[in-house]
Ligand binder design. Structure first.
Ligand code: FRU
Length: 568
C-alpha cells in the first residue's frame, strides 16, 4: 500500500509500506541541490532508523537497503531536495514466486494502468529488445533492454520478469546495471546492451552474455561481457568475454547482441551482429568450455546481408525447429534484424528476416527465407527451444518510429511458436493465448457485417473464409488512427494511417489465407493468418482502445466469426 500524506511540511513526501521479515528495498534517488545530498529516510513505529543518500544531481543513484524485521514502515523524502525515480521491495527467499512490489514511480516513468491489457510491459520506464529469453529452473524468464527513469531510450539496464505460461509475468528486480561511469549520467552513451542466457552446467542458475556499449571508448565501443546468476534473480560481477572484434574482416564498430546456443556438435556457439563494407554481417564464435565462460574462438562470418541497404545486423538468433540440434536432418531458423534497412516497394523499415536451412556447427545453408512479420513492429525477436517447442518474442515497436528523444512506452509481442510446415515458417501465438479469452463478445454480428462494439481494448477476433483468398476488409474504430485489416488481390494488408498521413504499406504480398486471428490491445494490433503463416504486428501510438469492428465481405464469404474480450 502506498499513499502520500501531508505531515505539516508540504514538501515532505511519505510512502507507506507493509514489509515482511527480511525485505530488500531498491531505491533510485538523486540530489536536487548541488552539495545537499538527496535523502530517503526509513521510519518504523519506533522512529527513524536509517537514511539512504545520494549526491549526484545528474542521474538517479541506485541504493540497496535491507530491512530485517517486518511490519509497518514509512519512507520520507523532501521533494525540494530529493528526487526519487523508483522504489520497490522484495523478499530474496521467494522473489521468484512473489515478484517485486513497486512502492513508488513518478510521472516521468510510470507504467499505464490497464488491467485487461495482456501484452508484457515493464513495471516502470522504457523497454526495448527481449534478452535472455529462456526456461530456467523450470520457469520461463524474460529479460529486456530497460531504462528505469524515463520513457525514452537511455543508459541500458536489463529488466527481468518470470512467468509460468509466457503470458502472465511477475516483475523481478533489475538484473543488469550499466558500469558506474555510464550510470552516473543520463547521456545515452551505452550500458548493458542486448544478449542471451544459458543454464549453468550441473547447478541451478544461469550465465548471461551481453554487449557493453560505451560510446567513444577506444579501440572498441562494443565489447562482450558475461555474468553468472546462481539465484536466477541477481547477477554477479560481469567479466569481459571478448574485448575486440575479429581482425581483418573490415568490420565497423558494430559488434553486439551475443546469442549463445548449443550447436549440433555439442559445443556452445555465439552469434554476434556486425557490419562490413558489403552490408550486415553475422559472426560465429564457439568454445569447448562446457561452462561457456572462456575459450571463445572466432569461426567466421555465418551470413552477409547486402539487401535493403542494411547497415548492421542486430539481434541474430539461431535455433533448431523440427528436431534436436544434434540430428543432421533438423532444420534451423536463423532470425535477424536489418538495422536501418528500407524495403523500397513498401517503405517499411528495419525488417526482420527469417531464414530456414541446415546448420552443421560452422555453416548455415539456406533452404528458403521469408519476412518474420509484415507489420515490422516485431523487432529484435529472440527465440529458443523449450523442450519440443520453439518459442520466441519480439519488441512490439520499430526504431523507425522512435529514438532517444521521444517518449515511447512499449510492450512485447505476444509470445509465438515457431513451426515448420509445408515449406514455410509459421509463427502463431502460443497455444496458451486461448486462456486469455475471458468472455464472448460476439458470435453472429461480425459475420453479418454489423458493427461490434467493444467495452475494453483487449480483444481477439477469429474468423474463417469459405475459400482461401476471398477479399474482405475489417475496419476498426480507433480515436486516433485509421486502422483496418484487408485482404485483396495484392495480399494481406494492415492499413494504418495517422491523422491522414499514410505511412509505409504493411503488406504480406501475394498472401491468400483463409483463417484469421486478430489481437487488439491498448497500443497494438497483431494479425495471424493461416496459423501464423503470415504474421503482422503493428504498434498504435498511445493507449486508446479500438472501440468497435466491422467486417465487409461478399455474401457467404465468412463461414465463422467469434469475438472475445481478453484478460490476463
Ligand atoms: C536493437 C538494439 C541492439 C542493441 C540494443 C540497445 O534494438 O539496437 O542492437 O543491443 O538495441 O538497446
Amino acid at each position: 500500500m502506498t499513499n502520500d500524506q501531508d505531515r505539516g511540511r508540504s514538501t515532505t513526501r511519505v510512502l507507506q509500506a507493509e514489509l515482511p521479515v527480511n525485505t530488500t528495498l531498491h531505491i533510485w534517488l538523486k540530489a536536487m541541490i548541488p552539495g545537499v545530498p538527496g535523502t530517503v529516510s526509513l521510519v518504523s513505529v519506533k522512529g527513524k532508523f536509517g537514511d539512504v543518500l545520494a549526491n549526484n544531481t545528474e542521474e538517479y543513484e541506485f541504493r540497496i537497503y535491507h530491512v530485517f524485521g517486518g511490519g509497518h514502515f514509512e519512507l520520507h523524502y523532501d521533494m525540494e531536495k530529493t528526487a526519487v525515480s523508483v522504489i520497490y521491495w522484495f523478499t530474496p527467499t521467494d522473489v521468484l514466486e512473489t515478484g517485486i512490489t513497486v512502492l513508488h514511480t513518478n510521472t516521468g516513468n510510470a507504467a499505464p494502468v490497464l488491467p485487461d491489457s495482456y501484452h508484457f510491459r515493464p513495471p516502470f520506464g522504457w523497454m526495448n529488445d527481449p534478452n535472455g529469453f529462456g526456461r530456467f529452473g523450470g520457469r520461463p524468464h524474460l529479460f529486456y533492454q530497460h531504462y528505469s527513469h524515463g520513457l525514452q531510450w537511455n543508459t541500458m539496464h536489463w529488466g527481468h520478469a518470470v512467468s509460468s505460461d509466457y503470458l502472465r509475468w511477475r516483475h523481478m528486480p533489475i538484473f543488469l546495471f550499466p558500469s558506474e561511469t555510464l550510470g552516473a549520467r543520463p547521456d545515452k552513451r551505452g550500458g548493458a546492451f542486448s544478449g542471451s542466457a544459458i543454464p549453468l552446467p550441473n547447478a541451478p542458475g544461469i550465465r548471461v552474455f551481453f554487449t557493453e556499449q560505451e560510446k567513444d571508448r577506444d579501440p572498441e565501443e562494443q565489447i562482450q561481457m558475461t555474468a553468472v546468476s546462481p539465484d536466477l534473480f541477481s547477477a554477479g560481477q560481469a567479466e569481459v568475454l571478448l574485448d575486440r572484434r575479429p581482425e581483418g574482416e573490415g568490420l565497423t564498430l558494430d559488434f553486439r547482441d551475443p546469442y549463445v546456443f548449443r550447436g549440433p556438435d555439442g559445443l556452445w556457439k555465439m552469434l554476434l551482429g556486425s557490419q562490413s563494407e558489403a552490408g550486415g554481417v553475422i559472426l560465429l564464435y564457439e568454445t569447448e568450455d562446457r561452462s561457456a565462460a572462456t575459450g571463445w574462438t572466432y569461426i567466421g562470418k555465418l551470413l552477409v546481408e547486402t539487401r535493403h541497404q542494411t547497415t548492421a545486423i542486430e539481434c541474430p538468433c539461431l535455433l533448431p525447429l523440427d528436431g534436436s540440434a544434434t540430428d543432421p536432418t533438423t532444420q534451423w531458423a536463423l532470425l535477424y534484424g536489418l538495422m536501418n534497412s528500407t524495403d523500397k516497394k513498401t517503405g517499411r523499415k528495419n525488417l526482420t528476416m527469417a531464414e530456414v536451412g541446415w546448420f552443421d556447427g560452422r555453416t548455415f545453408v539456406k533452404e528458403f527465407e521469408q519476412e518474420l512479420d509484415f507489420g515490422t513492429d516485431n523487432y529484435a525477436f529472440q527465440a529458443f527451444k523449450d523442450g519440443d517447442q520453439s518459442i520466441g518474442i519480439g519488441w512490439l515497436a520499430n526504431w523507425a518510429d522512435t529514438g532517444p528523444n521521444i517518449d515511447f512506452p512499449t510492450a512485447m509481442t505476444l509470445p509465438r511458436a515457431l513451426v515448420l510446415s509445408d515449406g514455410a515458417l509459421l509463427t502463431p501465438p502460443i497455444a496458451a493465448t486461448e486462456s486469455l479469452r475471458h468472455h464472448v463478445i460476439d458470435r453472429t454480428r461480425l459475420m453479418r457485417g454489423e458493427t461490434v462494439n467493444f467495452a475494453g481494448g483487449a480483444v481477439e477476433i477469429k474468423f474463417e473464409l469459405r475459400e482461401a483468398g476471398l477479399p474482405f476488409r475489417l475496419d476498426f474504430d480507433h480515436p486516433d488512427v485509421t486502422l483496418a485489416v484487408e485482404l485483396d488481390a495484392d495480399g494481406l494488408i494492415i492499413l494504418h494511417e495517422n491523422h491522414g498521413a499514410a505511412g509505409p504499406r504493411y503488406i504480406a504480398a501475394g498472401a491468400r489465407p483463409r483463417l484469421f486471428r486478430i489481437f487488439l490491445d491498448y497500443g497494438s494490433l497483431e494479425v495471424f493468418a493461416d496459423d501464423g503463416r503470415w504474421a503482422g504486428t503493428k504498434r498504435i501510438a498511445g493507449f486508446n482502445p479500438v472501440r468497435s469492428a466491422r467486417l465487409s465481405a461478399m455474401p457467404d464469404s465468412v463461414v465463422n466469426a467469434a469475438v472475445w474480450g481478453l484478460r490476463p
